[in-house]
Design a protein around this ligand. Structure first.
Ligand code: ADP
Length: 333
C-alpha cells in the first residue's frame, strides 16, 4: 500500500481539508488538466447531463481527491467517496452504486486495487447505468438487471498502467497529474499560510517550495513542521527555521526524504549504479515494490537522479554526485 505520503492522523486530515481548494479557479498549477476539466464540465452543464467519467492518474498528494471534490462542487452535485481496497466483492460495489442519487459524483480512490469481480460490474454500470445482480447459486442462479441513477465516476490511481484496458477505455477523460514546479508550490504555500494566519516570510516559503518533492501535500506538511519549529524555539518562521526543521525531518537540499535516499544509495552502492530490478531493489530497502514504483521512482526520475531502462533502474551521474560520490567510470565491470 502507498502509505507514506497519505495523511497520517485525524489532525492532518482536518488540516488537509481546511486547505483544499474548492473550485478550479483556486486550484494551483496543472493548467492543461484544469482547462480539460473545465471544458468537460461546462459542456455537460450546457446539456444538463452528468459529466463523463474521469480518471485521475499520478503520484500521491498531487490533488486527485481535491479535483474529485471540485468536480462535485462546481456542478453542485453530491459526492460519495470510497476506495478500491474497500471494494473486496462485487456486492460491496453494488451496494454503493444502487444507493447513488441522480447526478451524484462517485469517487473511487486507488481504483486499481478494487476486486476483479467488482471491476466487471463497474464496466456495465459506467456504460449503461445498470448492474446485473446475481441471485441464487448453481443451476438455479439468475441475474436481475437493476437500473442505476446516472452518475459520474471519478477514479484515482497512482498507476494508470495497472488498470485493465476495458476499464480505462470507459473513462471519457484521463488526466495525468504532473509534479508541481517550485513556483507553483510557492503559490500553494502562500495560500496555506494565509488560511492558517501564519506569519512566515516569503523567502522561507520559497525554500519549502523548493524542497517539497513537487507535491502540494508535502509542501503543506513541511509548512506545519516549520511552524512547529518556530513556535517551540520562539523564533521567526524564516529561512533559518526552514533549514533546521527540514534537517530534523531528514529532508535534504533537493527535497529527497529518507526513503528516496535509501533507494538511491542502494542502487549506487549495493548495485554499483544498476541496472537493478524493482523487486530486488524493494527487498534491499525493505519497502513494498508498489511504494517504490508509485511514490519514490517518479520523483527520482523527474529529478534526473534515476533512469528506467529495459534491464532495470540505473543511477545517473547526478545521483552519484548527489550522494557525494565519484561516478563510476567503467561501465559493465
Ligand atoms: P491526492 O488525492 O492526489 O493524494 P489530495 O487531493 O488529497 O491529493 O491533495 C493533498 C493536499 O494537497 C490537499 O490538502 C490539498 O489541499 C493540497 N493540494 C493538492 N493539489 C493542490 C493544488 N493544485 N492547489 C492547492 N492545493 C493543493
Amino acid at each position: 500500500e502507498v502509505r507514506r505520503v497519505t495523511p497520517e492522523s485525524d489532525a492532518e486530515l482536518a488540516f488537509e481539508g481546511a486547505l483544499r481548494p474548492q473550485s478550479l479557479g483556486e486550484f494551483v498549477g496543472q493548467h492543461k488538466v484544469r482547462r480539460q476539466l473545465q471544458l468537460l464540465l461546462e459542456a455537460a452543464a450546457l446539456q444538463s447531463r452528468t459529466p463523463d467519467h474521469i480518471l485521475l492518474a499520478g503520484p500521491p498528494g498531487l490533488g486527485k481527491t481535491t479535483l474529485a471534490m471540485i468536480v462535485a462542487h462546481e456542478g453542485q452535485r453530491p459526492l460519495r467517496m470510497t476506495s478500491g481496497p474497500a471494494i473486496q466483492h462485487a456486492g460491496d460495489l453494488a451496494a454503493v452504486l444502487s444507493s447513488l442519487v441522480p447526478g451524484e459524483v462517485l469517487f473511487i480512490d486507488e481504483i486499481h486495487r478494487m476486486a476483479r469481480s467488482a471491476e466487471e460490474m463497474l464496466y456495465l454500470a459506467m456504460e449503461d447505468f445498470r448492474v446485473d445482480i446475481m441471485v441464487g447459486k448453481g443451476a438455479g442462479a439468475t441475474s436481475i438487471p437493476l437500473e442505476l441513477a446516472p452518475f459520474t465516476l471519478v477514479g484515482a490511481t497512482t498507476r494508470a498502467g495497472l488498470l485493465p484496458n476495458p476499464l480505462r477505455d470507459r473513462f471519457g477523460f484521463t488526466a495525468h497529474l504532473e509534479f508541481y514546479e517550485p513556483e507553483e508550490l510557492h503559490q500553494v504555500l502562500v495560500r496555506a499560510a494565509r488560511l492558517l494566519t501564519l506569519a512566515i516570510d516569503d523567502d522561507a516559503l520559497g525554500e519549502i517550495a523548493r524542497r517539497s518533492r513537487g507535491t502540494p501535500r508535502i509542501a503543506n506538511r513541511l509548512l506545519r513542521r516549520v511552524r512547529d519549529y518556530a513556535l517551540v524555539h520562539g523564533g521567526a518562521a524564516d529561512r533559518t527555521a526552514v533549514r533546521a526543521a527540514l534537517e530534523l525531518y531528514d529532508v535534504d537540499e533537493q527535497g529527497l526524504d529518507r526513503l528516496d535516499r535509501a533507494v538511491l544509495s542502494a542502487v549506487v552502492e549495493r548495485f554499483d549504479g544498476g541496472p537493478v530490478g524493482l523487486s530486488t531493489l524493494a527487498v534491499s530497502v525493505g519497502e513494498e515494490a508498489e511504494t517504490i514504483e508509485a511514490v519514490v521512482e517518479p520523483f527520482l526520475v523527474r529529478s534526473g537522479l534515476l533512469s528506467r531502462t529495459p534491464r532495470g533502474r540505473v543511477a545517473t551521474v547526478r545521483a552519484w554526485q548527489h550522494l557525494g560520490l565519484a561516478p563510476r567510470t567503467t561501465v559493465g565491470d
